[in-house]
Design a protein around this ligand. Structure first.
Ligand code: GLN
Length: 281
């Protein structure tokens, strides 16, 4: 079978489980052949050997059974980085790049100290460190497997200076930060979205929070001021229906310049505020 024909049949087989079936098919075949997607286009009329078909077919079957491409391949691109992924952590999503863009626009000191809470693969911490080499970036996660994965991703992306440690939110955190960022769990346990698509394979600990999904967001907003310098910022990812609740919590806690930004799908996704000069945590 030719590469273009393989991709066409794979796309059809994946159409029922994925809204990015063609892209998934390309990623899986390129992964099986250890090439990039451009190579598939260059060699679209090349015949696949039976050995190559035998490598690609099991990957396609796993995807057809619903498993996320990022877990099948073991990596996902985020920002400018290629991050290893495993089922112990959330798969990085493009929505979170809105948080990166906002963080990079903030009026922060050149030598800012930055903390990523619930870092997972290390996506946010590593993307920020890659853009701002003079920032001191660290990440924490309650999962030891996530901490180990984030450390591997730091080394694989040439960012060994980014440090990661185990912590249940702020439980082992010390020091003061110019920027605290987090993509915490924020989905309500009863949300039917949890029974659909890729999230079925991701750890509930990275997805689900109490109080209609607001519990961890509220905990972080409550505790962050103790760890923020005056003029420091807190940026949080949340569900598309949670922007008002999160902004209200930020204002009630004493944050100023509270604002929200939309993700690539135009949904309110990131909210944040500045810890003011005069406030007392
Ligand atoms: N945005 C993800 C989703 O809706 C959830 C990420 C999270 O809970 N932090 O699938």
């Amino acid at each position: 079978m030719r590469i273009d024909a393989w991709l066409a049949q794979a796309r059809e087989r994946l159409a029922a489980v994925s809204d990015s079936a063609r892209l998934d098919a390309e990623l899986l075949l390129a992964g099986a052949l250890q090439k990039d997607r451009t190579w598939l286009y260059t060699w679209a009329d090349r015949e696949l050997s039976s050995a190559e078909l035998a490598l690609a077919e099991p990957l396609l079957q796993r995807r057809a059974a619903g498993e996320p491409v990022a877990y099948i391949l073991g990596w996902r691109d985020f920002w400018s980085l290629r991050l290893q992924t495993e089922p112990s952590t959330l798969i990085p999503r493009p929505d979170t790049e809105t948080l990166i863009e906002w963080a990079l626009e903030l009026p922060l000191p050149a030598n800012s100290h930055v903390l990523d809470l619930g870092t997972g693969t290390g996506a946010i911490a590593l993307a920020l460190a890659s853009e701002q080499p003079s920032w001191q970036v660290s990440g924490v996660d309650q999962s030891a497997a996530a901490v180990a994965l984030a450390q591997r991703n730091a080394l694989a992306n040439g960012l060994p200076e980014v440090s990661f440690q185990a912590s249940d939110w702020f439980s082992t955190v010390q020091g003061q930060f110019d920027l605290i960022v987090s993509n915490p769990p924020y989905i309500d346990a009863a949300d039917p979205h949890l029974q659909q698509g890729d999230v079925r394979f991701e750890p509930a600990s990275a997805l689900v929070a109490g109080q209609q999904g607001l519990q961890d967001l509220a905990t972080i907003i409550e505790q962050a001021p103790v760890y923020l310098r005056a003029g420091g910022w807190l940026l949080l990812e949340h569900g598309w229906q949670q922007a008002d609740a999160v902004c209200t919590l930020l204002q009630a806690r004493g944050f100023v310049q509270v604002a929200n930004r939309r993700d690539m799908g135009s949904q309110p996704r990131i909210s944040g505020g500045c810890w003011p000069q005069q406030a007392i945590a």
